[in-house]
Design a binder for this molecule. Structure first.
Ligand SMILES: N[C@@H](CCC(=O)N[C@@H](CS)C(=O)NCC(=O)O)C(=O)O
Length: 216
């Protein structure tokens, strides 16, 4: 198989890429990384010394592609399918990239801060940083509530890379700071995401691992 995805089934950024792969039924070999296992960690480190997943390896083109958004752009370019994840129109693509950055940087990053703090040693916790992350996450969800009004997907009628970013960002955001009773528009969009077959499949596959998520 030409494509290999180095990933972990609980990782939100990996979910983002899995959605893109499943949207277009793109064949790939999943390679699960266990960062607690030295050999597995070394496999990822060899490919991308930053040692963060997901990383896509394309043997046919001899390309190693890290970073979830870049991976999805790469798939859209080299392995296109029925769902066009990056709009053809360059202006729409520019707007879509802003929304992708929004869900990564302003939803995922504060969410990761809150979750990451839960698995730190007790004497290394950062309550002030977590408080700041909660405020940032609240601002982002408020913004999404306005932005998603009247839209089926982040960009309107078409499902794009930005929805791949939004789905896991909102899933984990809801676990750390539930929004479904306060933000009805985001909640309805999140329901549509969960009903989308590509994301439903990602969630189903993650289920057995969810017991390891630090619920606080
Ligand atoms: N900007 C990166 C972020 C990747 C990232 O933060 N991955 C997390 C998992 S969701 C990770 O590898 N964490 C392991 C670690 O930091 O040790 C992307 O978009 O792919």
């Amino acid at each position: 198989m030409t494509l290999k995805l180095y990933y972990h089934p609980l990782s939100s950024f990996c979910h983002k890429v899995l959605i893109a792969l499943y949207e277009n039924n793109t064949p790939f070999e999943p390679v699960m990384i266990d960062l607690g296992n030295a050999a597995s960690r070394a496999d990822l480190h060899r490919l991308w010394p930053v040692t963060k997943f997901p990383v896509l390896r394309d043997d046919a083109k001899d390309r190693t592609v890290p970073e979830s958004s870049i991976i999805i752009e790469y798939l859209d370019l080299h392995y296109p399918g029925p769902t066009k994840l990056v709009p053809h129109d360059t202006d729409a693509a520019n707007e879509m990239r802003l929304k992708d950055r929004f869900y990564d940087l302003h939803v995922q990053v504060p969410m990761q801060k809150i979750v990451g703090d839960r698995i730190r040693p007790a004497d290394k916790r950062d309550p002030f940083g977590v408080e700041q992350a909660r405020a940032a996450l609240k601002t982002a969800i408020d913004m999404a509530e306005k932005d998603l009004a009247g839209r089926t997907w982040v960009m309107g009628d078409a499902f794009t890379l930005a929805d791949c970013a939004a789905a896991p960002a909102l899933f984990y955001a809801d676990l750390v700071m539930p929004f479904t009773s306060t933000h009805k528009t985001v909640a309805a969009y999140f329901e549509r995401l969960k009903a989308r077959p590509s994301y439903a499949r990602v969630l189903k596959e993650a289920e057995p691992f969810m017991q390891f998520f630090p619920r606080g």
